[in-house]
Write a protein of this length. Structure first.
Length: 404
């Protein structure tokens, strides 16, 4: 293995590990809804609203931190984010009120997790990797976030069961501090030269304006918005659906862990396919499959096995949208401002996430179940599948043909 290949692998491993820590903590928060409500009496709707604001803040933080990272580097951004994430999680038990929850989980920890998430990490690596490795790198890094969910969901549930929700938040806060030394690995070498004309302008403003005038970029935003609705609703309220069915909390933790485990394979598969096929077709297939999976879930008996199969199937597509979306942004506009432009698509994703987390709480409070949210999820999945079809994307030359 050459030195450049070793450096590339180390860069990808460091970025994936950081995402393991930030996403692992963030994607486990749905497990805290019931114990928080039981101990504080805040109400599921109020807790869901705080987590919904967290979904939105995670999205807002990424283009803002991405702009800074594009200009000044990613190391400091990730380190500040790790401190914010740890502080938000650790302070939550001391402010068990709706406003305290909003400040700690909705703003502080969510913004911190955003500073160590997809747009910053994929942007930092893409600028140091050749174009043929970027789709796989995005999938590899994305798999790190899925691995975090696989590890942290059962860990958090075990600590909640043994020592309470406050101790579980302290545990998540301590692990998030590991992002600080790992961030130094993102410094790397000088970015690879960018082909002439691959960036839309000499500065960030020109890049943003060019992207906002592009229909394909808006198609990505619309599809990613619906993806955010799906993911936030499920990660926040799947434990509530399990509870409604009279099943134990361990079914929730196992289901969330299975989502993370199977999305490791889904992320790597999406990254691999992105080197061989048009990414818009990958996105269309992912979104359409979600509608089918939700329909089958609603028609099935609510047993632990049903939840596990649903979690595994959905997990394969869970965040498999990230590599093709990031890859398409890089293809359309170059990598110079990838953290910013991809960060803006993630903002749309998290606006959808706000509605997914919040409306799930409204649904259960008003109707006593999540049926209307499941139906809306199916419709949105089909909309997302259709809206990706008009995206302009050149045919892909498979690597083995390109080097023949």
């Amino acid at each position: 293995m050459t030195q450049s290949n070793r450096n590339a692998w180390w860069l990808m491993i460091a970025a994936a590990t950081i995402l393991t820590l930030t996403m692992g903590a963030r994607q486990s928060l749905g497990l805290f809804v019931a114990p928080l409500n039981g101990d504080t009496g805040m109400g599921i709707a109020a807790i869901s609203f705080a987590l919904a604001i967290g979904q939105l803040m995670w999205g807002v933080a990424q283009p803002l931190f991405g702009m800074y990272a594009d200009k000044h580097g990613s190391v400091g951004v990730v380190q500040v984010g790790g401190l914010m994430l740890a502080a938000g999680l650790a302070l939550t038990p001391f402010m068990p009120t709706p406003w305290g929850l909003l400040l700690c989980l909705g703003i502080l920890s969510a913004a911190g997790a955003g500073a160590g998430s997809f747009s910053i990490l994929i942007g930092a690596t893409s600028r140091q990797l050749p174009v043929e490795k970027r789709a796989f790198a995005a999938g590899f890094i994305n798999a790190g976030g899925s691995f975090g969910q696989f590890v942290f969901a059962p860990l958090a549930q075990a600590v909640i069961a043994a020592f309470g929700w406050a101790a579980a938040l302290f545990t998540l806060a301590a692990t998030s501090l590991l992002t600080l030394p790992l961030a130094r690995s993102l410094r790397g070498g000088a970015p690879l030269p960018v082909a002439t004309g691959s960036d839309p302008g000499p500065g960030m403003g020109s890049a943003i304006r060019a992207a906002l005038r592009d229909r394909s970029y808006w198609c990505l935003h619309i599809g990613f918005f619906t993806c955010g609705v799906h993911i936030a609703f499920l990660v926040t309220h799947l434990p509530g659906e399990v509870q409604l069915c009279g099943l134990s909390a361990s079914v929730s933790a196992t289901s969330l862990a299975l989502i993370g485990l199977f999305n490791i394979a889904g992320s790597l598969t999406a990254g691999w396919l992105g080197q061989r096929y048009r990414m818009k077709w990958i996105l269309t297939a992912v979104y359409a499959s979600r509608a089918l999976m939700i329909a089958l879930f609603l028609l099935s008996p609510r047993t632990p096995l049903t939840f596990y199969v649903f979690a595994a199937a959905l997990g394969f597509t869970w965040l498999a949208t990230v590599p093709p979306v990031a890859g398409l942004v890089g293809k359309l506009f170059g990598t110079r401002y990838l953290a910013t432009l991809f960060g803006l698509t993630l903002l749309s994703h998290q606006i959808g996430g706000f509605f997914g987390a919040w409306l799930g709480g409204v649904s259960i409070s008003r109707f006593g179940d999540y049926n209307w949210m499941w139906y809306a999820d199916m419709v949105l999945a089909l909309l997302a599948a259709a809206v990706n079809l008009p995206i302009r994307e050149a045919r892909v030359t498979p690597p083995q043909l390109a080097t023949a």
